[in-house]
Design a protein around this ligand. Structure first.
Ligand code: ZN
Length: 344
């Protein structure tokens, strides 16, 4: 089968790899129908040291179950399923509290040991805890939005929850990538009255406004902080969704949160320390967040997608085949595309 393998910075290849197959009785074999490239795939795309053994890529996918192991109970052959970006057993202490990204027996797709989502098929470990069956066919018109439940929509929702978005309050979103845009959807969905998007790309700003952003701040650094303060009566935002992970974006997020407010961070931190320790301390600002347990959110967000109340699939502005994946990485890295969907 064909799959995406990264060998180093700017070195993504589509190769023939051993066919995915069942190994454990708790596995499912999924034939991928839709997958995508993530903003977080761009971190290794820009920094991975050259390796002779590449890393299998992709952690967002929908597909048809081709076969299941003897212990699988909740999904079956023929089901169309969405996979969260982490796999999990669904039964341990952390899964039971809805924190599947800390599953005691779970893990992450791809790398050198497991299949990744950017390939024709995937062995899914712990299928019962990991996969969610979808009540539609594989070519349903809502497929792009359903695919976002594997990561970006759930991650935006997680940022909003950790930032304590409340009805009638002010939310600010740092980062205009797919997660930030989904964060706007999530903030609106949770009732924020004023939603300030910090971003600079015209196409992304237009989408943010469509999703519910009421204000756009395109300045950077201190100028951005000052502008958000102006827009909020000098006080700052109750809730800040940090959807980038750079030191600079975290500095901005901390700088625009009001006293007693919260920053929900879902961008993978690229620096070892959190900036602004003293100002956030003196202002009693909560800093929370981490990898989103999107598995916990699929059931909550699914009805809104199926009934058309939210349309996160609009973040996909380019579609490719498996052979076009390397150019898809380039396009996202060059900010030519917001997010690339792969059709199989
Ligand atoms: Zn678990």
């Amino acid at each position: 089968m064909k799959a995406t393998v990264m060998y180093g910075a700017h070195d993504v290849r589509v190769e023939t790899v051993p066919d995915a197959r069942l190994i454990e009785p708790t596995d499912a074999l999924v034939r991928v129908t839709r997958a995508c490239i993530c903003g977080s795939d761009l971190w290794p795309y820009n920094s991975m040291p050259s390796a002779t053994t590449g890393n299998r890529m992709g952690h967002e996918f929908i597909g048809l179950i081709e076969d299941v192991g003897s212990a699988v109970r909740t999904v079956k052959k023929g089901d169309l399923v969405v996979a969260p970006f982490a796999w999990s057993d669904g039964t341990c202490e952390f899964c039971q509290q809805g924190l599947q990204t800390s599953c005691l027996h779970g893990g992450w797709w791809g790398g050198t040991e497991l299949d990744g989502g950017q390939g024709e098929a995937v062995r899914v470990p712990l299928a019962d805890g990991t996969l969610v069956a979808l009540p539609v066919g594989p070519d349903h018109a809502l497929m792009p939005s359903l695919l976002t439940l594997s990561d970006v929509m759930g991650t935006g929702h997680h940022a909003a929850l950790r930032a304590q978005v409340r009805p009638g309050k002010v939310a600010a979103v740092v980062g205009d990538g797919a997660v930030g845009l989904c964060g706007v959807i999530a903030a609106r969905r949770l009732g924020a009255e004023q939603i300030i998007m910090l971003g600079r790309h015209a196409d992304r700003i237009a989408l943010a406004r469509r999703f519910g952003a009421t204000d756009v701040v395109s300045e950077r650094g201190d100028a951005a902080i000052e502008r958000v303060r102006e827009l909020t009566g000098g006080l700052g935002a109750h809730s800040v969704l940090e959807c980038v992970g750079h030191g600079e974006s975290m500095r901005t997020a901390a700088g625009i949160a009001r006293a007693g407010g919260a920053v929900g961070r879902v961008g993978v931190p690229q620096e070892a320390t959190i900036p602004n320790a003293q100002p956030t301390f003196y202002a009693n600002i909560t800093i929370a967040g981490g990898p989103a347990p999107v598995r916990a959110y699929v059931h909550e967000l699914l009805p809104d997608v199926l009934e058309g109340r939210i349309e996160p699939g609009l973040v996909f502005d380019r579609v490719t085949t498996i052979d076009g994946v390397p150019d898809g990485y380039r396009a996202m890295n060059d900010r030519e595309a917001i997010k690339v969907m792969i059709e199989f």
